[in-house]
Design a protein around this ligand. Structure first.
Ligand code: TXA
Ligand code: MG
Length: 338
């Protein structure tokens, strides 16, 4: 399969170099990429997505020798984290170097950097020979795109080149962290978990906004936390308890209140909801499977035309924290924890 992509990568890298936009796969989600050193190229990303002007982008590099082009004053701990988790689904906020497109950092002093481990993404960056600024591939507010068929309609006319890499393996965006002194703060949870990072450094904290709701006017470390995200037009409610029977009972109780509901259920609980329309998200013993599927499923909810979608939560630990972070936003914080 890869040989077929070689031509695409060469063509796509020319598009990047000449200031165009490329839709490309990574191991997390699809990205909309532009040359991170060109202001007008990066500005096109904001236009294409309808993205808020104060929400900075992640810069993607293929190799460590690209890092000095974009970041400076990197600490020993920051190097250790990059060494442990790159290439991979891990973004670190660093002090930025001059030369990066102003739009990419929204004029701030810091820059988010990630080295993806998807081969197409890696080769595209290497071939373009510049860092690529790339947000998730979706119109702002919508779930991120994890397979081309989900996003072609909304993005086809907004980019200059498309590389099809099949379904993204992980299905959720990268873990975003910021280091202050000896402390690592997780600003957005992902496949690289708190527990993974604790193997490198003792002091790891999860930002309170990962599961909580922002207060009016509150300052955030990562602007992406402020915005409505992932939510379908259908109103959704998230239900979680450590006791699976309690989840089922509560969901059946809510379901009775509506004429038409949709239930997003684990494979294990599906039999309890036989009289209702359901989508199985995967096994609750297999969180990577749920993370792989979830955005594509969230995108389908509106097509069921129901009054209410009720979603079973997962244990908010490890990869489950990343899944719950996205689901809470999809439900606009309508979350019942029993
Ligand atoms: O997996 C991923 O990270 C995907 C793929 C394409 O690599 N990209 C992605 O980008 O999810 P985006 O733009 O959808 O999300 C980037 C997040 C936003 O929440 C943004 O606010 C935060 O990272 N971010 C980026 N630069 C930042 C900075 N300098 N300081 C704080 N937060 C930053
Ligand atoms: Mg995004």
């Amino acid at each position: 399969m890869y040989e077929n992509h070689l031509n695409n990568i060469i063509e796509a890298s020319k598009v990047i170099q000449s200031g165009g936009l490329v839709l490309f796969p990574t191991e997390t989600v699809y990205g909309i990429g532009a040359n991170a050193l060109k202001d007008d190229a990066v500005e096109k990303i904001f236009e294409a997505k309808g993205r808020a002007q104060d929400n900075p982008l992640i810069l993607h590099i293929s190799d460590m020798d690209m890092l000095p082009m974009i970041a400076k004053n990197i600490s020993e701990l920051e190097y250790r984290l990059m060494d442990a988790f790159w290439p991979g689904p891990f973004t670190i906020i660093l002090n930025k170097k001059p030369g990066i497109a102003k739009a990419a950092t929204c004029g701030g002093d810091t820059v988010g950097v990630r080295m993806p481990n998807n081969k197409i993404a890696h080769d595209l960056i290497k071939c373009a020979n510049v860092p690529i600024a790339a947000p998730s591939a979706n119109i702002s507010g919508r779930p991120s795109g994890t397979k081309l068929e989900d996003i072609l309609e909304e993005l086809r006319d907004k980019v200059n080149y498309i590389i099809d890499g099949g379904e993204c393996d992980i299905g959720l965006e990268s873990t975003v962290v910021r280091v202050t002194g000896d402390e690592v703060k997780i600003l957005r949870p992902g496949k690289i978990t708190k527990e993974d990072i604790q193997k490198i450094v003792d002091d790891v904290e999860v930002d309170k906004n990962v599961m909580g709701q922002l207060e009016e006017g509150e300052r955030v470390l990562s602007p992406g936390m402020k915005y409505r995200h992932y939510a379908p037009n259908t109103k959704c409610t998230l239900v979680y308890s450590e006791d699976s029977d309690k989840i089922v009972k509560e969901i059946l109780k809510i379901a009775k209140q509506y004429k038409k509901v949709l239930i997003l259920t684990s494979d294990e609980n599906a039999d309890n909801y036989k009289e209702y329309e359901c989508i199985k998200v995967g096994s609750n013993k297999n969180l990577p499977q749920i993370s792989h599927n979830i955005f594509s499923i969230l995108r389908k909810i509106d097509s069921y035309h129901v009054e209410k979608a009720i979603i079973e939560g997962v244990k908010p630990e490890g990869l489950g924290l990343a899944i719950m972070n996205r689901l809470i936003r999809a439900c606009e914080h309508d979350y019942l924890q029993l």
